[in-house]
Design a protein around this ligand. Structure first.
Ligand code: MG
Length: 349
C-alpha cells in the first residue's frame, strides 16, 4: 500500500485515501491489450467509531490516474458530503465534477457503509432488498492460449457459467478451444473488439449456434445502430457495457440492445446502479451486474444488488492475487455475502 493521505479531519471524523496496485493471477488479455494489474484508490471514512470503506478502480482505458482522484478528493467539501442523504449524493457530486465516475463511486460506497452501519443493517437490508442467495457469478476467461486453458478451467471448476473474452482475429479458434474442454453455459464479452460488421455477424451466428447466452459489447461505442442490426439479423442477445454508463444512457440502450451491464464504477455508485436496474426493468432490458478489476471492497459493494440481476459477473476476487480486503466469498460458484452490518468488506492486515 502507498502512503495514506488525510483529506478531512475533524474531532471524531477522518477521511483518508491511498492508492493500491491490484495484481492479477493471470495476465488478462482483452480486445484492447494485455494487463497484469490495475490501480485502485481506497477511500476510508472513520466516523462515530465506524470504520468505512469505498474503492475507485482505474483501468487505464478510463484515462484517470490515481493522483487525479486524490487531487479531486482533496478539494471536496467533506463536511457537507458526510451529511448529504444518499439519494442526493450523485447530484451533489455531479455539480462538483462532470465525470470522475469511479472516484464518485468510492464516496457513494463508503457513505452507504457508514449509513447502514449506523442503522446496524447490511447495505442490502438498508435498501430493502432480500439477502442474495443462490446467486451464481460468472468466471471470466481472458483470451487464452490453448496451453493456458486447462489451468484456468481448473480454477473455474466450481463456477456454473463462464464469460469468454473475445475481440481478435483468432476468436473462432478461442471459442473452439474452449468448447473442446468445457460444456458449461457461457457468455461472451468482446469489449468493443469487432470492427467489421460482416465478421461480427459471422461470429454472432457461430456463437448462437454454439448456445451462447449473450454477447456483450461486440461493436465500438458509437455503433449502437449496427448492434441493433446485429441482434435482429443473427437472433443473438446483445448486452451493452461500454455504451452505457449512467441512468441517462438507458433509454437509448433499450432501442439497440437486449440488456445492459451495470457497474458501480460507471454509475457513480450503489444509489444510481440501483435506480438503473429499476429503470432497465421498466424498459424491458435484461441486467448483468458487473465490475471492473476491483478488490473485494468494490465487488462486495456491487454484490449488495445481486438479487436484482439476471446475470452476475463479480469474480474479481478470484482473479486477483493480492486482494487487500475480505468480503464476498464463493461456495460452489455461488456468492456468499459477508455477515454483519454495513458493506461487510474489511481490510486484511
Ligand atoms: Mg464488458
Amino acid at each position: 500500500m502507498r502512503a495514506r493521505q488525510v483529506l478531512h479531519s475533524n474531532p471524531g471524523v477522518e477521511v483518508s485515501a491511498h492508492t493500491y496496485i491490484l495484481k492479477f493471477k493471470f495476465p488478462f488479455r482483452l480486445a484492447h491489450g494485455t494487463r497484469t494489474q490495475t490501480e485502485v484508490v481506497v477511500l476510508n471514512i472513520r466516523s462515530e467509531g465506524f470504520n468505512c470503506f469505498g474503492e475507485a478502480s482505474l483501468p487505464p482505458y478510463l484515462g484517470v490516474k490515481a493522483y487525479e482522484v486524490i487531487d479531486f478528493y482533496a478539494q471536496l467539501p467533506w463536511a457537507q458530503l458526510l451529511d448529504t442523504p444518499l439519494s442526493e449524493l450523485s447530484q451533489v457530486l455531479d455539480q462538483l465534477h462532470p465525470s470522475m465516475n469511479a472516484a464518485k463511486a468510492a464516496i457513494d460506497i463508503a457513505l452507504h457503509d457508514l449509513n447502514s452501519q449506523r442503522l446496524n443493517l447490511s447495505i442490502e437490508e438498508m435498501l430493502g432488498l432480500k439477502r442474495a442467495t443462490n446467486v451464481a457469478s460468472t468466471f471470466t476467461l481472458g483470451m487464452s492460449l490453448p496451453e493456458e486453458l486447462p489451468q484456468k478451467l481448473l480454477e473455474a471448476s466450481p463456477f456454473k457459467i463462464i464469460k469468454l473474452k473475445l475481440g481478435g482475429s483468432d476468436d473462432k479458434t478461442l471459442v473452439d478451444d474452449f468448447l473442446n474442454l468445457c460444456d458449461k453455459p457461457f457468455c461472451v464479452d468482446v469489449n468493443q473488439g469487432w470492427y467489421d460488421l460482416d465478421y461480427a455477424a459471422y461470429m454472432c451466428g457461430y456463437l448462437k449456434e454454439k448456445g451462447v447466452e449473450f454477447i456483450e459489447q461486440p461493436l465500438p461505442v458509437g455503433r449502437e445502430k449496427d448492434s441493433d442490426w446485429l441482434r435482429k439479423t443473427t437472433g443473438v442477445h446483445i448486452v451493452a457495457d461500454e455504451s452505457v454508463k449512467r441512468l441517462t444512457d438507458l433509454d437509448m440502450a433499450a432501442d439497440y440492445f437486449d440488456g445492459v451491464n451495470i457497474k458501480l464504477m460507471k454509475s457513480t455508485g450503489i444509489a444510481e446502479a440501483h435506480q438503473m436496474i429499476q429503470r432497465a426493468r421498466e424498459l424491458g432490458l435484461k441486467v448483468v451486474l458487473g465490475a471492473m478489476a476491483e478488490s473485494s471492497c468494490g465487488v462486495t459493494a456491487a454484490a449488495q444488488l445481486s438479487s436484482l440481476a439476471d446475470w452476475v459477473d463479480l469474480d474479481g476476487p478470484v482473479l486477483t492475487q493480492n486482494d487487500p480486503f475480505a468480503g464476498i466469498t464463493f461456495r460452489d460458484g455461488y456468492i456468499v455475502m459477508p455477515k454483519g452490518p454495513g458493506l461487510g468488506a474489511k481490510p486484511l492486515g
